[in-house]
Write a protein that binds this ligand. Structure first.
Ligand code: SAH
Length: 235
C-alpha cells in the first residue's frame, strides 16, 4: 500500500480537530499523558535512548517524542495530521526541548527515503487508526538499523477490550470522546507478532497496560488483554 492510500482522513480529522488541547493534561489526551512515563521508561530500559536516533511514527502532538528527546535522544516525530504537528513544534519551542523535529510524511515514504537510519522506531497507539497496519509495521522495520529496536502499542481485540476500551473509556468513564476507537481495527498480539516477523523483526518482549478507574492509576503488567506494548529487535 502506498503513502497516499494507507490513511483514513476521518481518523486524521479527529486528532487534528482536538490538537489545540493536546498538551492539556486534563483533556481528551489525559490517558496519553498518564501512560507516557510508563512507556517511556519501558522503551528506555530496552533501548537506552540517550544519544540514539529515534523516529516516532504517528507522534501526534508529541507527548512521547518530546519526552524521548528529553532523555537525550535525537527524535524525528512524523504524523499526517498537520495540526497536531504544529502543536508539537510549538510545544517544543515553548518548553525548550532540544533535538526534536517534526515532519508531515507517511511512514512508508520516510522508509523509502531513509531505510536503516534509526536506532529506535516507536509507533504507539496508532496502528488501530490505519487502514493497513501491516504496511506501517513493514515501514517501521525498514526504518530501523540492523540491531535496532522497534516498539509498538495498540489495543487487543476481544470482548474484554471492547468493554474496557470502548464501553468503559468512551461511554461510562468518558475518558475519551465517543468514536475514538473502532473495535474492528483492534489488533490481537498474535496478529501483530506475525506482521513483525513477516517484516523481519524479532518480537523480544511485551507488556500489558492496566488501568484502575477507582484509583486512576496505570501500570504495566503481564496482562495484554486490553492495551499492550511490544518490543522487537531488528536482527
Ligand atoms: N503516538 C502518539 C499519538 C497517538 S494518537 C502517542 O501515543 O502519544 C494517534 C495518532 O496517529 C494521531 O496523531 C493521528 O494523527 C495519527 N495517525 C492516524 N493515522 C495515521 C497515518 N496513516 N499516518 C500517520 N499518522 C497517523
Amino acid at each position: 500500500m502506498t503513502e497516499a492510500t494507507n490513511v483514513d482522513p476521518q481518523e486524521l480529522a479527529k486528532f487534528g480537530d482536538l490538537a489545540h488541547r493536546w498538551w492539556d493534561p486534563e483533556s481528551e489526551f489525559k490517558p496519553l499523558h498518564r501512560i507516557n512515563p510508563l512507556r517511556l521508561d519501558w522503551i528506555d530500559k530496552h533501548a537506552r535512548l540517550a544519544g540514539k536516533r529515534v523516529v516516532d511514527i504517528g507522534c501526534g502532538g508529541g507527548i512521547l517524542a518530546d519526552s524521548m528527546a528529553r532523555k537525550g535522544a535525537r527524535v524525528l516525530g512524523i504524523d499526517l495530521a498537520g495540526k497536531a504537528l504544529k502543536v508539537a513544534l510549538l510545544h517544543a519551542m515553548e518548553a525548550g526541548t532540544e533535538n526534536v523535529e517534526y515532519r508531515e510524511v507517511a511512514a512508508e515514504a520516510l522508509a523509502a527515503e531513509q531505510p536503516g537510519q534509526y536506532d529506535v522506531v516507536t509507533c504507539m497507539e496508532m496502528l488501530e487508526h490505519v487502514p493497513d497496519p501491516s504496511s506501517i509495521v513493514r515501514a517501521a522495520a525498514t526504518l530501523a538499523k540492523p540491531g535496532g529496536w522497534v516498539f509498538f502499542s495498540t489495543l487487543n481485540r476481544n470482548p474484554k477490550s471492547f468493554l474496557f476500551a470502548i464501553v468503559g473509556a468512551e461511554y461510562l468513564l468518558k475518558m475519551l470522546p465517543k468514536g475514538t476507537h473502532e473495535y474492528a481495527r483492534f489488533i490481537r498480539p498474535s496478529e501483530l507478532a506475525r506482521w513483525c516477523r513477516d517484516a523481519g523483526l524479532d518480537p523480544a518482549d511485551s507488556r500489558g497496560m492496566e488501568y484502575n478507574p477507582l484509583t486512576q492509576r496505570y501500570w504495566l503488567s503481564g496482562d495484554t488483554s486490553v492495551n499492550y506494548l511490544v518490543a522487537c529487535r531488528k536482527p
